[in-house]
Design a binder for this molecule. Structure first.
Ligand SMILES: Nc1nc2c(ncn2[C@@H]2O[C@H](COP(=O)(O)OP(=O)(O)OP(=O)(O)O)[C@@H](O)[C@H]2O)c(=O)[nH]1
Ligand SMILES: [Mg+2]
Ligand SMILES: [Zn+2]
Length: 463
């Protein structure tokens, strides 16, 4: 299940969002994310635990990562808030300034297109990911879900990074434990009307400099050995053959050490049990950022949470292997002029999102592209509107979109078959009696995108 292809602002499908034309997405976002699929990450953590400092360090490291890892390229996309964020991060790091508290509003998504990742990104066709980040204000995690609407994107986020400064937990005026962060997320999800939530958590212990007397020895050594720490000042040695998979082999041992460490913290055992019981994927990291006073090391292991996330990011093969069948009714009674005009649009939209074959209703052989020569096509097919002969030839993996302006005689025969979920009937006219369960009225070209999203959605949810 991958909801991250939605709009990170309004959380609607991208075609629906585009039709409404209110969200400030990066230019070309919908198109770019076809080849550089999005992965959404939200940071959760109490106020002052170092979330924003961490994100801004990470942004600088990504900007400079190409120095250490030849070929890697990060691009901010044409999105003003992301560009403003980067400028502020550069300024803060250069001038050793502190981050200011994040505003208690709905977090603005920020976009980083990561190209030529040194990781097997799920499919040979995918060599990059669009990282969409939400840096939420700490207050949103102490109000026990009271402001859940500001986190309305949370049910669509696959990965949450729980950033915890153990020193700040211990010294806060109100006694809170790590478990409370988890409960707060659960409450927010419930208020948003969902039980399911992120399937991956990365627990990040921030401000490692303040934990030097309690962190396991192995973790301290690991932090200080970070080959990428100099990137925050853009001084790096080139690492030939860098691979995220290899990098994370060492990080996996550290994750296990940190899990054991977490269990020993106040409320820690319960926290780990809660995460484990949820059956989600959990990794543990520790970081030291440029927010630490007199930090002469740089940013240590700040990219580890990202590497864990990318390694486990939803695979994209099913999407690329998706197969569509477009069945077009060319009969004179069915081939209204508005149908002819949307036919080609449908074909284009489908082809962008999967392999597409086209059939003419009443003709069980995949045909020449209908719509390219409408006159001959219309004349050729004066056959009864039967869909059975076509459906029988299709594999059950196909998603079928039918474009017609008349009732299809044998459609009711397929009501209780698997086609119920996999076939959408689109028509410029309203069918009065007993329409197919998935029927959509098409009145403009824009409806094509919405229809295709709707066709894909139930199949994705069933998986
Ligand atoms: N000692 C130390 N301090 C840090 C470190 N990272 C961040 N800080 C400091 O922690 C303070 C809070 O950092 P922020 O990044 O603003 O915290 P936040 O979690 O975004 O807080 P909210 O936006 O209020 O939710 C700042 O003064 C940082 O300089 C670190 O690695 N070590
Ligand atoms: Mg902040
Ligand atoms: Zn939107």
């Amino acid at each position: 299940m991958n909801y991250e292809t939605r709009c990170p602002y309004c959380v609607r499908s991208l075609p629906e969002c585009r039709a409404a034309a209110v969200c400030d997405l990066p230019a070309g976002y919908e198109q770019r994310t076809q080849s550089v699929p999005p992965v959404w990450v939200m940071s959760a953590g109490f106020s002052g635990h170092g979330k924003s400092t961490f994100w801004s360090d990470m942004a600088i490291l990504l900007e400079n990562l190409g120095e250490a890892v030849p070929g890697f390229l990060s691009n901010y996309m044409a999105h003003q808030p992301t560009q403003d964020f980067i400028k502020a991060a550069r300024y803060r790091v250069r001038n050793h300034q502190q981050e200011s508290a994040t505003l208690n509003t709905r977090p603005e998504p920020l976009f980083f297109e990561l190209n030529h990742l040194p990781i097997k990104a799920g499919s040979p066709a995918v060599t990059g990911r669009t990282l969409v980040i939400f840096d939420a204000a700490g207050e949103l995690f102490t109000s026990a879900g009271g402001e859940s609407e500001k986190l309305n994107f949370l049910p669509s986020v696959s990965t949450v990074w729980l950033l915890v400064s153990l020193k700040d937990l211990a010294s806060g005026s109100e006694p809170v434990t790590i478990s409370e962060l988890f409960y707060s997320l659960q409450t927010t999800l419930q208020k948003l009307g969902t039980e399911s939530g992120p399937s991956r958590f990365v627990v990040v212990f921030t401000k490692a400099d303040l934990l030097s007397d309690s962190l396991p020895e192995s973790v301290i050594k690991y932090l200080l050995d970070d080959p990428l720490q100099g990137l925050i000042r853009n001084s790096a040695t080139v690492i030939r053959g860098f691979s995220v998979e290899n990098y994370l082999k060492e990080a996996a041992k550290i994750s296990a050490d940190l899990e054991a460490f977490a269990v020993e913290q106040p409320g820690g055992r319960q926290f780990v049990n809660l995460l484990r019981r949820k059956g989600v994927d959990v990794s543990f990291c520790a970081v030291l950022t440029s927010g630490a006073p007199e930090n002469e090391h740089g940013a240590c292991r700040v990219l580890d949470p990202l590497f864990w996330t990318l390694l486990h990011a939803p695979k994209t093969e099913p999407e690329l292997n998706r197969r569509f069948t477009l069945i077009v009714d060319n009969h004179e009674a069915g081939a209204s002029s508005s149908l002819q005009s949307v036919m080609q649009t449908f074909r284009n939209v489908l082809s962008r999102r999967g392999r597409t074959s086209v059939y003419t209703l009443g003709n069980a052989v995949a045909g020449p592209v209908p719509g390219q020569s409408p006159h001959s096509a219309a004349a050729a097919s004066c056959r009864p509107a039967l869909i059975g002969p076509i459906l029988e030839r299709l594999s059950k993996e196909e998603l079928v979109l039918v474009l017609t302006a008349r009732q299809i005689l044998d459609l009711p025969d397929f009501r209780n078959t698997e086609w119920r979920e996999r076939m959408l009937v689109c028509s410029p006219v309203e069918f009065q009696d007993d329409p197919w369960p998935q029927t959509m009225r098409i009145s403009s070209q824009q409806d094509c995108e919405i229809a295709v999203s709707r066709l894909i959605r139930p199949a994705v949810e069933a998986n």
